[in-house]
Design a protein around this ligand. Sequence first.
Ligand code: NAD
Length: 589
Amino acid sequence: MNISIVGTGYVGLVTGSCLAERGHSVTCIDVRPEVVAEINAGRPTIHEIGLDELLGTLRRNGTLVATTDTHGAIHSSEATLICVGTPTVDGRMDISQIVAAAETIGEALSSKSEYHVVAVKSTVLPGTTEGPVKEAIERRSGKKAGDGWGLCMNPEFLREGRAVEDFRSPDRVVVGATDKKTADDFLKVYADFSCPKLVTTLRTAEMIKYVSNSLLATLISFSNEIGNLCSDIPGLDAREVWKGVHLDRRLTPVDSQQRGPARVTEYIWHGLGFGGSCFPKDVSAIRTFGRTIGAKTRVLDAVLDINEEQPRRMVALLEKEMSLSGKRVAVLGLAFKPSTDDLRESPALPLIAELLKKNVATLVAHDPVAMPHARTRPEFANVCFAKHWKEALQDCDACCVVTSWPEYVAITPGEFAKLMRNPLVVDGRGMFDPVQFASAGVTWRGIGYTPEVFQARPHCSLLFEDRNRQESQDECMVKKSSPDRNIEAMIVRDQDGTIRYWSKEAELMYGWTHQEVLGARTHHLLGTQFPAPLAAIEKAARKEKTWQGQLIHKRRDGALVTVQSHWKIQHNPKNRSLTVIEINVEKAA
Ligand SMILES: NC(=O)c1ccc[n+]([C@@H]2O[C@H](COP(=O)([O-])OP(=O)(O)OC[C@H]3O[C@@H](n4cnc5c(N)ncnc54)[C@H](O)[C@@H]3O)[C@@H](O)[C@H]2O)c1
């Protein structure tokens, strides 16, 4: 079959390439001559796994060609798929591209005598195909739908990053059509695909796409709400919660051979929220559409609200650890998900805007494929780009991991510790193991988790060391671990006499962080009540003596935990610090 595709972006190029692979002769049309030139040169203008090789093959065997000539392409094809953009502007779908495309198609059809099928593949609100699209084609062609041409709606469900794979083996093909003949004619496009094919009305086909995207977006926002809730409940790690939830046999189907999670479980996981060209715009468009017809969209409202909030949570996690002003912060991952270069609505954009508002000294970003796009966008005007993630991490005070690119997942805690000035990692995708990070001396923070998930060890002996203490007393006091020892805790007497205490153990067990110590001038340091006056501890320390006694830790939930401690403390007159050299916790009750 001869097929023309109007609009050669993510959907158009993948659709055209995969249909040509199935033996159709495809002409891809685009208004941008540079896109046409690249495609004719065999170079995809987007990043999709497998597309490079596929397009190269198709160009060599001549089954796919690109052009700016819509008129010629319509005349030499039997079916046209409209794949132009339908962006959302102020929450409303902008149909200008689709109406312009329909008008051009109509003009071409006015002088065509053979029957032609036009299908809208772009995502459009219910009523758009049989409304503005049909009207534009009829107006410009002078022919009513059904009179020499037919109209279909064929939503696309491909996932960016896996678009070629998805198109090659789709879950389903949905075709909305004005009548059966038109549907049958159009289904020849998919004759070679063996998936279920659902024929429906135009409006139902349009609505199926919005409901699919809204359902998946709802799962993500639901998961984020649960993740956020877990962040506020001491002792929980949302990742463990999801593991248990995913094992429900309705989510992890059991068959005779093996048990594996259904793909939908990918969406039941907390993180930075959804982005990309579809979920945010489609949920927003259907919500606004619902409102304009007087319908309530309470769930969709919440889905969008939660999503908007997630990147700010990442910044809040950082700020809990340190003031960001004047710091060097790395952002790993700009694309809204791995395997794509698409930056549209990526959570990296609001995250970067928020970080810049905090007056960071340097914001250095890295992404394996999205940086060329990022360099052209105004949001990145004040961002430095690193050639490699190692360069991005070098001498950083904090790192935000936004996209779970495999090369980032493979970064070891030791590499973070070695490269960063202050190894503080905020993991936006819940992809690292906090226990491993803690033992490498890296402070790991993430959504959906509180440090209390680590159980108190009844008997433990910890080594302490004062290293890399920062100039500024407003900063956290313990920076890096030495290769052979982990810095676990410290007492510092500040210039103004404030005594500060921090311990990894307290942080892991109770979520007490350095910041909670700042400004503390009483015995209630970091939630710890010192039954002995601090002066006694200091006195003991000056003589390099050990101190022992009971410490009553006041937990965040108000509960008191008594710990019998033996401390070996050293006084360092040079920087006026007290360093706990060794601590033995005998009993945690
Ligand atoms: N990107 C996805 O993952 C995805 C998945 C499913 C559905 N969709 C939907 O598919 C549609 C296209 O999305 P996209 O991401 O491919 O958009 P895109 O912006 O990447 O591509 C659209 C292309 O259409 C071209 N164009 C615009 N007007 C034209 C005209 N009159 N004639 C010829 N070319 C024209 C543009 O130059 C551009 O190259 C949207 O409605 C989107 O919601 C997208």
